[in-house]
Design a protein around this ligand. Structure first.
Ligand SMILES: NC(=O)c1ccc[n+]([C@@H]2O[C@H](COP(=O)([O-])OP(=O)(O)OC[C@H]3O[C@@H](n4cnc5c(N)ncnc54)[C@H](OP(=O)(O)O)[C@@H]3O)[C@@H](O)[C@H]2O)c1
Length: 290
């Protein structure tokens, strides 16, 4: 077992790793000055009803962007909260269940009908289930939400030409991954996408595997849609570090009070943890980065 594999092999070691990571010397992401505006930019954020996605909606709306919150729940109250906290009315909510491929198609059709051209996609939604569950299409839910939905959404947005891509604009695509993508030893291509049963003990291991798939996809997407001498889309995959969010909502009830306390004391608030997302969305320094 490699060192990284041990660090993210189960919920306990992953939580401990999150805490120790906070104390490691890390190069801080530059926090952006308020002068970096996104006035009029269309930004689609998945999983914007909670945690990091919700905070991204607030902070990007404050910078003048038109925010499209793609959410499974919290419609319309979370959108109203974003308007109130950001002081912007340019906030819309759209329903999507990312575990259902039909729902992703419906979301893209709604964006198309609204003639939206996206400048930025923040594909942030993610989950840590307490056991495997079958989706409407018979796939494994965490595989779909944490990886396949991102592939499908991006692919559909590109196929339907829903990114704003005139000659002088480089759309940005931002995926939220996790350090736990370092956990898996290898790809399991033979069983790619095959439904497998698991319980809580294996959840963190598969979570890391699906995050590795997502990070790899982001890398490959960037290679495919850009050419060596021209950047058409800037594609980023980032880990926000440990966040005091609702990500552990399915943890066993007996551990919840302890986890809640650990998250509150040691993990970053969404307001702080979201800074890398804001940086990659708004910084002029990464304009032509891929
Ligand atoms: N928290 C951490 O320590 C940490 C560390 C590294 C990476 N991350 C990543 O950060 C991202 C944001 O997570 P978070 O920490 O902010 O957790 P969170 O508070 O639980 O937020 C997750 C968001 O994803 C949405 N979502 C889950 N399943 C969905 C589905 N089937 N359809 C549509 N939306 C769905 C949730 O919607 P509902 O509210 O409707 O459930 C929620 O808005 C995730 O990708 C996570 O893997 C988190």
């Amino acid at each position: 077992m490699t060192k990284d594999k041990q660090r993210y092999s189960n919920a306990f070691t992953a939580t401990l790793s999150g805490i120790t990571d906070l104390f490691r010397k890390q190069k801080n992401v530059v926090s952006l000055s308020d002068k970096e505006r996104l006035d009029g930019k269309n930004i689609l954020i998945t999983g914007a009803s909670s945690g990091l996605g919700f905070e991204a909606a607030v902070q990007l709306a404050k910078r003048g962007a038109h925010i499209w919150m793609a959410c499974r729940s919290g419609i319309p109250e979370k959108g109203e909260q974003v308007k109130k906290r950001s002081g912007s009315n340019h906030v819309e909510m759209m329903h999507v269940d990312l575990s259902d491929l039909d729902s992703i198609v419906a979301l893209v059709n709604k964006l198309k009908a609204a003639s939206v051209k996206l400048d930025i996609l923040v594909d942030n939604a993610g989950m840590v289930p307490n056991k495997s569950r079958k989706t409407k299409q018979g796939l494994e839910e965490m595989f779909v939400v944490n990886y396949l939905s991102k592939y499908c959404l991006t692919r559909l947005l590109l196929d339907h030409n829903l990114f704003n891509n005139p000659d002088n604009n480089i759309p940005r695509i931002i995926y939220v991954v996790s350090e736990s993508h370092r956990n898996p030893g290898a790809f399991d291509w033979d069983n790619f996408g095959a439904y497998k049963e698991y319980s809580m003990g294996k959840t963190v291991e598969y979570y890391g595997y699906y995050k590795l798939l997502l990070a790899t996809f982001a890398n490959e997407l960037s290679r495919k849609i850009n050419s060596p001498d021209q950047v058409n889309y800037s594609v980023f995959a980032l880990c926000p570090g440990p966040v005091n969010s609702n990500i552990a909502r399915e943890a066993p009830a007996i551990f919840k009070p302890l986890l809640k306390a650990v998250f509150k004391i040691f993990f970053r608030s969404p307001e702080v943890a979201v800074q890398p997302v804001i940086y990659f969305a708004a910084s002029p320094e990464v304009k032509e980065r891929r």
